[in-house]
Design a protein. Sequence first.
Length: 248
Amino acid sequence: MDILHHFSLHPYREIHLFGFDLSVTKAVVMMWIASFLLILLFLLSRRGRREVPTKFQNFIEVVVQFLRDHLSRGTIEDEKDADRWFPIIGTLFLFILTCNLLGLFPGSFTATSNINVTAGLAILVFIISQGAGILKHGPLGYLKTFIPRGIPSWILPLMLPVEIMSQFAKPFSLSVRLFANMLAGHVVILVFLSGLVTLRGFFYLVAPLPLAMTLVMNLFEIFVAFIQAYIFATLTAVYLNQALHPAH
């Protein structure tokens, strides 16, 4: 088994438009599938809506309420702001979770193990959080939030660039964290499976251990899929809260 082939970005179809590479890769296809599944899920949850919801509709409502209370309202100080930005936070969680879980199916690909995907999501979070701060405080007012109160004026030329650079560091850490965690687990699983192929002449002697470890890692990856989606969404809420309600 070629481990590198699994993570290959070789496009299914090359598309170049106005100098941009818009080729369809494995990651793109898996994101399309994840988006389709989520749209289908919520369309079905709204189908035949009546006074007494079905068990499926109750389940979806419980999930949405849990995410709202723990991801959005549990992090953003003002409840109105929390509810206003919850659709973005909740969508990011569900989209990342779906991409993470789809990658566990044999023959599929984990979109979030591609740094381009996680970087794109992180840049989106950066734009949204900065835009939210500017909308709430105004461009100049938001810039003032980077300056802690009570610091001497002579340190401002040094302090302001550092604060601005820290804002750009957030999407970098956000993207690398998700990418590295999703990539590492899948590499370990593929290593165990590759061992079975390499030692196929001694299959009955060596198979139990690699198969057992593969099963354990797959179960662990389900846990990681939820945790990483939750962390990404929580940090998104944290960055929004910092932009909307600065501590200084």
